[in-house]
Design a protein around this ligand. Sequence first.
Ligand code: PSU
Ligand code: MN
Length: 314
Amino acid sequence: MSNVKMSNGKMNNEYLIVSEEVQVALAENRPVVALETTIISHGFSYPDNLECGRTCEKIIREEGAIPAAIGIVKGKLKIGLTDQELVYFSQNKEIPKCSRRDAAAVIAGDGYGAATVALTMMAAKMAGIQFFATGGIGGVHRGAQDTFDISADLEELAQTDVAVVCAGAKAILDIPLTLEYLETAGVTVLGFGTDDFPAFYTRKSGCGVDYRTDSAEDAARIIKIKKNLGINNGIIIAVPIPQNDEMNPIYINDNIRRALEKADSSGIHGKAVTPFLLAELHRTTGGKSAAANKALVYNNSRTAAKIALAYCKL
Ligand code: PSU
Ligand code: MN
């Protein structure tokens, strides 16, 4: 693939399609926020997932930014999905979950692929999108010393210059080890209105963040300085789930423990682990974890749009 660069608004090539709206916004230095499709195809069930995708887009627009959902569509890496495509991703669980390593093979097969955090970052970077809102990043799994299960999201953060706005990492992961990994990879972790790294369903993990920022403007400034310095890996803006939507830590951690045990006894491994655990939690909590998950993704979408807007004004 030839280098994908903005030149006279033309950035598409054989393998990459950027929607007209996103191309124009980028050319005019207007804020664009990327969204992933794994959360749609594998993070929630239908129709929750469609509601989630559509609401994220609506929130981003309300804040004055342009949403760009990313996925592989008929053998092309597509940036800025149509509503019809969003519906397709939400109704087809058999669309494979695709990370960086899957992209070329899925494109070669002319198929569809749901982009993880890693692939969404990679594609966003190709198109020149600097901000990405999601739920939680993948990380070092509990027991990784035996399974080697460390999300490719962390490697992507180590090498791809996109700001990822998330609610920390799910407590299904080993959060202290995830933070250690990010430290080694040189990834700045910014707490947004918090000194404590958020644990997805709950506001605190008990692990500190490197730096705290309390406004979109301050976060944007840090991202700008990082860029100007030529520090070209990822950065995490960790936003706690809103207080009213936070789950009871004892309750959710108990459910997580049982879901992990079930994954283990059912022999679930590899990329099936995260979707399995999420679905299991949504089931055992009677939808409470899905509601919390939606609330935090909406909050992250709003925050990402605000930071992107502030960034464009710098
Ligand atoms: N966080 C969520 N829902 C999700 C995921 C994360 O709230 O569906 C997805 C993201 O796409 C992330 C992926 O990139 O799980 C991580 O998968 P793994 O642990 O296999 O790397
Ligand atoms: Mn994994």
